[in-house]
Design a protein. Structure first.
Length: 332
C-alpha cells in the first residue's frame, strides 16, 4: 500500500489566498488488483500552478477537497497494456504525490518528445497554456498577417506563447508586464513593443505610443481597468479573446465596470470568452504544432520552478502575485 501526500483546501479563499487556507495530509492508496477498476499507479514528477485554480476552487470545490490541478507523472505500476511502467503522462489528478487511475483521461507525452526537452513543458508551452494561446489566437482572434496584437500578462505562461505565435503568423505584437525584467524578456523573445504597466504614467498613452494606429486583436488575460482602456483603442472590426481576468480573481468586492458597449458598437468589435477544452478534439493538432515550434527554436520557453511538493501553496500564491516569469511549475 502506497502513502500519498495531498494538499487539501482547508478553507475557501477570502481575498488573496493564504498558506493557512491549505492543509497537507497523507492518504493510503489501495493496491492494484487484476480485474479491478484501478489499473495504474502514478508518481508525480512536476505539478502545475495556474490562475484558473483560484476561481475554479470557489466554483467547483468544497472545503476538505484535494486541490485541483494537472501534473506530469511517471507510471510506477501498470495493469493496463496501453501504459508501460516508466512512461510519462499528463494527469489532472490534483495536488498529490501519488494517485491511482483506470487510464481514462490520461495523456501520454507525445512519442516524438525529445529527450533533451524538459517534460515539465507538457504543463506549459506544450500543454494547456500553449493550447490556450494557440486556439485563442487562431480561432477567436483569427489573426491575419500584418495585424497588430495586444497581449497583457504577456510574460506569463499563456501570454508569452501568444506573442510568439503572433510573430510566427506575421503579426506585430505589443505586450505589457509587471516588471522591467519581464519587459526585457518579452523583447528578447521577439515582442515588437513591451512596457511595464506598473511604472507608466498613463496606460492609455503607453498603448497609443506602442501602436498609434490601434489594435486589430487583443488577447486579454487580465480584465478590469486594463481591458476598459485597451478596448477603446481597438481598430474597427477588431477581435478580443477573453482568456482570463486575474485582476479580479482575488477581489472581495466586485469591481464596477468596465462599460464596453459604446466602443463595441461604434467599432463593431467582436469579443468572446473561451475555455481551451472547447478544442479538446483538436488537442493533438495543437500539441504537434507547438512541439515542432519549440524544437525548431521558434517558440522559446521559460519556467519558474519551485522545488518541493511541500511548497505548492507558496508557488501558487507567488504565481497569483505575478512573481513568475513564464510558467510556474513545482518539481517534486
Amino acid at each position: 500500500m502506497v502513502t500519498a501526500k495531498v494538499w487539501v483546501l482547508k478553507k475557501h479563499f477570502e481575498g488573496f489566498p493564504k498558506t493557512s487556507d491549505f492543509e497537507l495530509k497523507k492518504i493510503e492508496l489501495p493496491d492494484l488488483k487484476d480485474g479491478g477498476k484501478w489499473k495504474l499507479l502514478l508518481e508525480s514528477v512536476f505539478l502545475s500552478v495556474d490562475p484558473y485554480m483560484r476561481p475554479y476552487s470557489q466554483r467547483d470545490m468544497k472545503e476538505g477537497d484535494i486541490m485541483i490541478g494537472t501534473q506530469v507523472a511517471r507510471i510506477v505500476e501498470s495493469k493496463n497494456p496501453a501504459f508501460k511502467v516508466g512512461a510519462f503522462v499528463v494527469a489532472g489528478t490534483g495536488w498529490r504525490t501519488h494517485s491511482i487511475s483506470s487510464g481514462q483521461d490520461l495523456h501520454l507525452l507525445p512519442s516524438s518528445w525529445p529527450e533533451s526537452l524538459p517534460r515539465s513543458l507538457a504543463l506549459g508551452t506544450v500543454g494547456m497554456p500553449g493550447l490556450t494561446a494557440y486556439f485563442g489566437l487562431l480561432e477567436i482572434c483569427k489573426m491575419k498577417p500584418g495585424e497588430t496584437v495586444l497581449v497583457n500578462a504577456a510574460a506569463g505562461a499563456v501570454g508569452s506563447v501568444v506573442g510568439q505565435l503572433a510573430k510566427i503568423g506575421g503579426g506585430k505584437v505589443v505586450g505589457c508586464a509587471g516588471s522591467d525584467d519581464k519587459v526585457a524578456y518579452l523583447k528578447k523573445i521577439g515582442f515588437d513593443e513591451a512596457f511595464n504597466y506598473k511604472t507608466v504614467t498613463s496606460l492609455d498613452e503607453a498603448l497609443r505610443k506602442a501602436s498609434p494606429d490601434g489594435y486589430d486583436c487583443f488577447f486579454d488575460n487580465v480584465g478590469g481597468e486594463f481591458a476598459n482602456i485597451a478596448i477603446s483603442q481597438m481598430k474597427k472590426y477588431g477581435r478580443i479573446a477573453i482568456c482570463g481576468a486575474i485582476s479580479q480573481y482575488n477581489d472581495t468586492v466586485p469591481q464596477k465596470g468596465p462599460y464596453v458597449q459604446v466602443p463595441m458598437i461604434f467599432k463593431e468589435l467582436k469579443m468572446e470568452g473561451f475555455i481551451v477544452s472547447r478544442w479538446s478534439h483538436r488537442r493533438e493538432e495543437g500539441l504537434k504544432a507547438l512541439l515542432k515550434w519549440v524544437v525548431e527554436g521558434k517558440v522559446k520557453c521559460h519556467e519558474q520552478v519551485t522545488e518541493g511538493f511541500e511548497n505548492m501553496p507558496k508557488a501558487f500564491i507567488g504565481m497569483l502575485k505575478g512573481e513568475n516569469l513564464g510558467k510556474a511549475i513545482v518539481k517534486v
